[in-house]
Design a protein around this ligand. Structure first.
Ligand code: G3P
Length: 201
């Protein structure tokens, strides 16, 4: 029962779309109406408001980290298994993708996945973040950086901990993240993907 409550709580935390909340607070247009129409930090940056984009990134990242961290803090007290912690990580991520508070229209999960990975293990998170930064710096495509970082994340996990159910959760998270980037993949292949920092259309 405790595991079910933890997973539902994580899903609800994940359902808070910081792109929408922060944009409203800043008096900006809804990010679901311009650019890629994705409620995420990259698209909020297309509004031209860097502070709003940074806050979106932090909010979506911290919610991923917080849900897993909270479950870990109460792990012994509520007898949560490590598999439940992995499910909590997946649940907060799924909440971001299909948020109950926003008619199940959510984001692509990059910042939230990073938060989850950082909470699971700091080195796992940092290695994935470093991969994102290197690709983003080299090619200036946020989506490409996310796609490559998400491909590497399960390998980093496997190198650190070997195969277990948390590895499966990380791999599912990567699979869903890649699936949510279908349009970005098509845009990258046709040369239509917008680079980091380009303004909204
Ligand atoms: O954070 C999502 C990013 O990888 C792509 O965002 O708005 O360019 O589709 P966007």
């Amino acid at each position: 029962m405790n595991a079910v409550i933890a997973i539902i709580a994580a899903y609800l935390i994940g359902s808070i779309s910081f792109a929408v909340v922060v944009s409203r607070l800043f008096g900006l247009s809804d990010p679901r109406t311009y650019g890629s129409k994705n409620p995420g930090a990259t698209n909020v940056l297309r509004s031209g408001n860097k502070a709003a984009a940074v806050l979106t990134l932090l909010g979506d990242g911290v919610k991923g980290w917080f849900a897993v961290w909270l479950a870990m803090v109460f792990q012994e007290q509520f007898e949560l298994s490590s598999n439940t912690i992995a499910a909590v990580g997946l649940a907060v991520f799924v909440g971001h993708l299909w948020p109950v508070f926003f008619k199940f229209v959510g984001g692509k999960g990059v910042a939230t996945a990073l938060g989850v990975l950082l909470a699971i293990n700091i080195w796992l998170g940092l290695a994935t973040l470093a991969t994102w930064l290197i690709v983003a710096y080299a090619f200036r495509y946020s989506s490409l950086a996310a796609l490559i970082a998400s491909l590497f994340a399960p390998f980093y996990y496997a190198l650190l901990f070997g195969p277990n159910l948390t590895l499966l959760a990380v791999a599912i998270m990567s699979g869903l993240l890649i699936y949510r980037h279908s349009q970005n993949i098509a845009n990258l292949m046709s040369g239509k993907e917008s680079r980091i920092g380009s303004k909204k259309k």
